[in-house]
Design a protein around this ligand. Structure first.
Ligand code: AMP
Length: 398
């Protein structure tokens, strides 16, 4: 398989699918440029080789054709700054003769951004004729948008067929996939997954898939109480999904059958209010008094979680084990973060991913202490669910 490292871009127009779907404020200023920065290694490699980067992205959710507020124009100046002053131009469209002419005339060291792909409904529909028109703007295709790799859109997957010998991942997808495979394909054992968050329902497919892979599964956060209730315990006012009680039973049965050690909270920090001013008490996880709700793991549970994490070879963390947004209920999640950092120092590979987990790691300042942080959201979750991602399969020719 071609890789970005061994491909020589000299004299080539490199059509790069990036995820420049950055948040803009009402003045059209970029409020978080993480996604743009993430694509820089790929763009810089192409420029360094003497190639011409032609950038494709979507931005927001335009409904019916072009809309000024979803234009990629506000990104031009900032991309130029990020590239050390390189000349960055924007095309008036993403397909058509004018665009093709501009793509043919990107000088060495320059960059061309195509206008928002989603100004055409054919993009999300995965239309082949549209993909063919996009393909006319490049000599090779580089997919560096992991965030949209779970979608079979024209620019993220369908376009691959027009570059049978000139398609590859960019550095961002390459490192995402490598890191994820260190967890799901060939982990250093023992492999521990920590799944937290509010609900069982949103994590069930991942949990089921992980049961085939992990040695230890720590289940925490709000979903604890669906398990507690399923096992006949008292959950008080805690968040609980009554129509997932059977599912919770089944997960426990499957874990036992597969020899997976399932670790859940045995004590919790219960509160009489969902606020920093709440009164709190530590109670057994299956004896939450009426009018109280479990909002964080208790000290006994935290100690158990830490022990498992610190003895792991690979750790995957998705979702907080308490309401970490409120300081009073952040101890469990903070302790997990600290244990992951400690395990990583001792040589474990740790991957943190999924929207809230990333916020969590940043909030507590653990970002430098974990091996990899995935910002991919939906694509990451589908990868962990064991699904084939069209944007990955298209590059690999699967
Ligand atoms: P998710 O998006 O499913 O990962 O859920 C993350 C959310 O779960 C965070 O906003 C947490 O505040 C919330 N959460 C974690 N533990 C609890 C709990 N015990 N009760 C209610 N919400 C919780």
């Amino acid at each position: 398989m071609q890789t970005i490292s061994n491909y020589n871009f000299k004299g080539k127009r490199a059509l790069i699918r990036v995820d420049f779907n950055v948040p803009l404020n009402e003045k059209f200023e970029i409020t978080d440029d993480t996604r743009m920065r993430a694509a820089l290694p790929t763009i810089n490699k192409i420029i360094a080789d003497g190639g011409s980067p032609v950038i494709m992205s979507h931005l927001g959710r335009p409904k019916n054709g072009p809309e000024a507020k979803f234009s990629l124009k506000p990104l031009v100046k900032h991309l130029s700054e990020l590239l050390g002053g390189a000349r960055v131009k924007i095309a008036p469209d993403c397909i058509g003769d004018k665009v093709k002419e501009m793509a043919n005339n990107v000088l060495p060291g320059e960059v061309l951004i195509l206008e928002n792909l989603r100004f055409y409904k054919e993009e999300t529909a995965g239309d082949e004729a549209f993909a063919a028109k996009l393909a006319e703007n490049g000599d090779c295709w580089v997919n560096d948008a992991f965030g949209t790799a779970h979608r079979a859109h024209a620019s993220t997957a369908v376009i691959a067929k027009f570059f049978p010998n000139d398609k590859m991942f960019g550095y961002l997808i390459e490192s995402e996939v490598e890191s994820l495979d260190k967890v799901v394909k060939n982990p250093q054992r023992p492999l521990t997954a920590i799944m937290g968050g509010a609900k069982v329902s949103s994590k069930i497919t991942i949990i089921e898939n992980l049961l085939d892979k992990v040695d230890n599964l720590i289940l925490g956060g709000g979903m604890t109480f669906t398990f507690v209730k399923a096992n006949g315990g008292k959950v008080g006012n805690s968040i609980c999904e009554d129509n997932f009680l059977k599912t919770a039973k089944n997960i426990q049965k499957l874990a036992a059958e597969k020899g997976v050690k399932l670790i859940m909270a045995t004590d919790v920090l219960a509160a009489d209010d969902f606020s920093q001013d709440a009164d709190t008490q530590i109670v057994p996880a299956n004896e939450i008094p009426d009018g109280w709700e479990g909002l964080d793991a208790g000290p006994e549970s935290i100690a158990k979680f830490i022990e498992v994490i610190e003895n792991s070879g690979t750790i995957l963390w998705n979702g907080p084990v308490g309401v970490f947004e409120i300081e009073k209920f952040a101890n469990g999640s903070r302790a997990i973060g600290e244990a992951i950092v400690a395990a990583t120092k001792k040589g474990a590979f740790s991957l943190v991913g999924g929207g809230d987990s990333v916020a969590l790691v940043n909030q507590f300042g653990f970002a430098d202490g974990v091996s990899y942080i995935s910002t991919a959201g939906g694509a990451l979750l589908e990868y962990l669910e064991g699904k084939t991602l069209p944007g990955i399969a298209a590059v690999r020719g699967e």
